[in-house]
Design a protein around this ligand. Structure first.
Ligand code: COA
Length: 388
C-alpha cells in the first residue's frame, strides 16, 4: 500500500441554491479543488463522485460521466465512477479514491460529492431520504429519519440519563461554529432556549436538533504522497481509512444507541493510523441529528459510552475544548447535502491541519478525523488525516 495525500480542496456555499444547477455546483467545487492543487486535467487518472439520489432529487443518473463532461474532461476519457452509500456516499467516494491510489493503480484522483435537494418539495426530499432506511420494515410503516433518530434519542435518555438540554447544547455549539464558516447554510448563533423550544419534529427532536435539507458540492484532489510535494507545500496525508456496515433496520441492531458500523470503521482506521482516540486533535462527526453527535463521540472512543451528553454539557467539544467537534458547524449548521457531506468533512479537516481555518482554527491541530454515516448507521466511513 502506498501513502496518499490530499493536495487540493474545494467547496461551494451550502444552502438553498436556486440560482445554480447540479452541473454548476459540482464543477465549481471541482474547479476550486483542481486550482488549489495546481494539477492539470491531463494528470487526472480517475474521478469518484459521491451522490445519494441524484435521480430522485434532480432527475439525473449516470453522473460519473456527466461530471467528467461538465468539467470539460470528456475528451480525456477519464474513468469516472459514481459511488452511493446513502448519506455516506461522499465518504465512500473518498475511500474509493484513496484505495485506488494506495493500491498503485492511480497517482492522481479527483473526488467529488454533491446533492441538490431543494429542487423537490420537502415531502419528496423526506421520502427520498427514507429510501436509505429499510423499505419493508421501516419506511413502509411511515417512519422517516427524524423518527428513527428520535427513537435512538429516547433510548439514550432512558439508558444513560441524557437530557433534552444536552441535545440542545449540541445545536447551540454547532450554530456557534457555523456562524464562523462563510460556506455554512445557517450563519447564526442560537440560544439554548430557542433550541429547547423549537417546533417539534419527532419527539424529543425539534427543528433545531435536525440537519437541514441542503444544496451543495465539495471536492478534493488526492495524490500519491511521494509526489505530493511537487504540487503543494502543505500536503495532508490520509493515515487511516476504515469502513463498516450494519443492518439497514434500526430494530435489528444489538443496541440502538451504539453504531457498530462506526465502532468497526474506527477500529480499522485507528489501527492503520497507529493512533488512539486521545491522539485526535479535532473531528468532524456525522451530526445529522443532535443525538447522532452524542453517539458518535462515544462510538469513536472520545468519551465512554453513555457519557456523550455530559461531555457536551462540560464543554469538552467546543472550539477551545479538549476535543473540538464539528468546527465547520457540522451537518446541523453547515448543512447536509447528503452526497457532498463526507467530502466536505475532509475539506474542513484539511483547512484545519493546514492552519487555514481562520476564526474556526483549532490551535496546534495536527491530527484530524472525519466520520460519515449512511442511514441510521448501516454504513460508516472514517478517515484520519495528518499534516506531512
Ligand atoms: N435548522 C435550523 N433552521 C432550519 C432547519 C434546520 N435544520 N430547517 C429549516 N430551518 C429553518 C428555515 O430556514 C426556515 O426559516 P425561515 O422561516 O426564517 O426562512 C424555517 O426553519 C422553516 O423551514 P422549512 O424549510 O419550511 O422547514 P421544514 O419544516 O420543511 O423542514 C426539517 C425542517 C427539520 C423537517 C427538515 O430540514 C428535515 O427533514 N431535516 C432532516 C433531514 C434529514 O433527514 N437528513 C438525513 C439525515 S440521516
Amino acid at each position: 500500500m502506498r501513502d496518499v495525500a490530499v493536495i487540493g480542496i474545494g467547496l461551494t456555499k451550502f444552502g438553498e441554491l436556486w440560482d445554480k444547477s447540479f452541473r454548476q455546483l459540482i464543477t465549481e467545487a471541482g474547479a476550486k479543488a483542481i486550482l488549489d492543487s495546481g494539477i492539470s486535467g491531463e494528470e487526472i487518472d480517475a474521478m469518484y463522485i459521491g451522490s445519494m439520489s441524484s435521480g430522485r432529487f434532480v432527475g439525473q443518473e449516470h453522473i460519473g460521466a456527466l461530471v467528467a463532461e461538465a468539467s470539460g474532461f470528456s475528451h480525456l476519457h477519464i474513468p469516472s465512477t459514481r459511488v452511493e452509500g446513502a448519506c455516506a456516499s461522499g465518504g465512500l467516494a473518498v475511500r474509493q479514491g484513496y484505495l485506488s491510489i494506495a493500491s498503485g493503480m492511480n497517482d492522481i484522483v479527483v473526488v467529488g460529492g454533491i446533492e441538490k435537494m431543494n429542487d423537490v418539495s420537502g415531502t419528496a426530499a423526506t421520502g427520498t431520504l427514507a429510501t436509505a432506511a429499510d423499505q419493508e420494515w421501516e419506511s413502509f410503516f411511515g417512519v422517516t429519519f427524524p423518527g428513527l433518530y428520535a427513537m435512538i434519542a429516547r433510548r439514550h435518555m432512558h439508558e444513560y440519563g441524557t437530557t433534552k438540554e444536552q441535545l440542545a447544547q449540541v445545536a447551540v455549539k454547532n450554530h456557534k461554529n457555523g456562524a464562523l464558516n462563510p460556506n455554512a447554510q445557517y450563519r447564526r448563533e442560537i440560544t439554548l432556549e430557542q433550541a429547547i423550544n423549537a417546533t417539534m419534529v419527532a419527539e424529543p427532536l425539534g427543528l433545531l436538533d435536525c440537519s437541514p435539507v441542503t444544496d451543495g458540492a465539495a471536492s478534493i484532489v488526492l495524490c500519491a504522497a511521494e509526489k505530493a510535494k511537487k504540487y503543494t507545500d502543505k500536503p495532508i496525508k490520509i493515515i487511516g481509512s476504515g469502513q463498516g456496515s450494519d443492518t439497514l433496520a434500526l430494530h435489528s441492531r444489538r443496541d440502538i444507541c451504539t453504531l457498530d458500523a462506526t465502532v468497526h470503521a474506527a477500529k480499522m482506521a485507528y489501527k492503520q493510523a497507529n493512533v488512539t482516540p486521545k491522539d485526535i486533535d479535532l473531528a468532524e462527526v456525522h451530526d445529522c441529528f443532535t443525538i447522532a453527535e452524542i453517539c458518535a463521540i462515544e462510538d469513536l472512543g472520545f468519551v465512554k459510552k453513555g457519557e456523550g451528553g455530559k461531555a457536551i454539557e462540560n464543554n469538552i467539544t467546543t472550539l477551545d475544548g479538549q476535543i473540538p467537534i464539528n468546527t465547520s458547524g457540522g451537518l446541523k449548521t453547515k448543512g447536509h447535502p447528503v452526497g457532498a457531506t463526507g467530502v466536505a468533512q475532509i475539506v474542513e479537516i484539511v483547512e484545519q491541519l493546514r492552519g487555514e481555518a481562520d476564526k474556526r482554527q483549532v490551535k496546534d491541530a495536527k491530527i484530524g478525523l472525519a466520520h460519515n454515516v449512511g442511514g441510521s448507521g448501516a454504513t460508516a466511513v472514517i478517515h484520519i488525516l495528518e499534516a506531512m
